[in-house]
Design a protein around this ligand. Structure first.
Ligand SMILES: [Zn+2]
Length: 309
């Protein structure tokens, strides 16, 4: 039996990268690095089996760690991409809270899916005008991860009246803990409320800011009550069972314009069943969405309007 010549079977890095892109929806920057690596080590990924293994790898959180290691810069990951990858299997989570809208924890079933529509779920304002939010950061995080969380917490301090502070004995507080996936409750739920940042998956500033904004009471930008004026949701491309992620919510928009660059906006192909867009801007389909690597001006404006005025 004639032995096949492996060199002829080597797929181009571009094909490999395209297959990964379809599966993982990762950034073009990450893709370019992968292409470079694959050119250098093409022989090792020259078989179809390797392609399949790589596609599987792209769906794992180890892939996040790999990309972070290669790129050395967490900021290339938008909150949208990171959350979508980290929470891919959250439906199978046992013993945790119910997760809706991709990364929103709810208690008591789907009827609770429109939380924080009253002031009861806001964090109280002190007499000096600051809003102190007690926080506990789990000791399970490494020092580097703890520092990343601290940076994200501090990013609110310079731009808003919100002050995340170490909890002493306050009744209501956020417990930042490394559970499975990136998720948070919406607003203050009273007592201890968890905010999960999975190690090796969610410890990026925009993702942490995203979950903290949920904990302050904010919902996804594409779930806004007026979203249909700004984006089309393409239900035919949404993976079965994920339709609820695109449900509209009766939000208080703080008289702020719809913001495609919000760190609370999901990406064009998030929760896609076929790699095709699930959400596109109404007036100009080419506008980038879900690519925020930090809180936008509107995100900050909304925090200030809700808490600081
Ligand atoms: Zn979210």
């Amino acid at each position: 039996m004639q032995k096949k010549t492996k060199k002829k079977e080597i797929p181009s890095a571009y094909i490999f990268c395209a297959s990964l892109e379809k599966v993982a929806s990762h950034t073009s920057a990450a893709c370019r690095v992968l292409q470079l690596l694959l050119r250098i080590r093409a022989v090792q990924v020259s078989t179809i089996g390797a392609i399949k293994r790589a596609a599987w790898f792209a769906q794992t959180n180890a892939f996040n760690m790999f990309l972070l290691h290669v790129l050395g810069n967490a900021e290339v990951f938008s909150a949208s991409n990171v959350i979508e990858r980290a929470n891919r299997n959250l439906g199978r989570m046992i013993g945790g809270p119910r997760i809706m809208f991709g990364d929103v924890a709810v208690e008591g079933g789907f009827q609770s899916g429109v939380p924080c529509t009253s002031r009861d779920c806001l964090w109280p304002k002190s007499k000096n005008g600051k809003v102190y939010v007690p926080v506990v950061v789990s000791k399970k995080f490494s020092s580097r991860e703890t520092e990343a969380i601290r940076c994200a917490l501090d990013s609110f301090h310079s731009k808003t009246c919100v002050r995340f502070m170490k909890r002493s004995s306050e009744r209501d507080y956020i417990d930042i803990t490394p559970k499975e996936g990136c998720w948070s409750y919406i607003g203050r739920t009273t007592g201890r409320q968890e905010l999960s940042l999975q190690r090796g998956a969610c410890l990026h500033r925009p993702t942490i800011q995203h979950e903290l904004l949920h904990a302050l009471g904010f919902h996804h930008e594409h779930s806004r009550s007026d979203r249909d004026n700004h984006v089309h949701v393409l239900y035919r491309n949404i993976m079965p069972g994920a339709e609820g992620q695109f449900q509209k919510v009766r939000t208080n928009n703080q008289v702020s314009p719809y913001d495609y660059s919000s760190v609370m906006h999901y990406g064009r192909a998030d929760f896609s069943r076929n790699g095709e867009p699930t959400i596109i801007p109404v007036h100009d389909g080419s506008i980038p969405i879900g690519r925020a690597t930090q809180m936008s001006l509107s995100d900050v404006l909304r925090v200030n309007r809700l808490y600081c005025q």
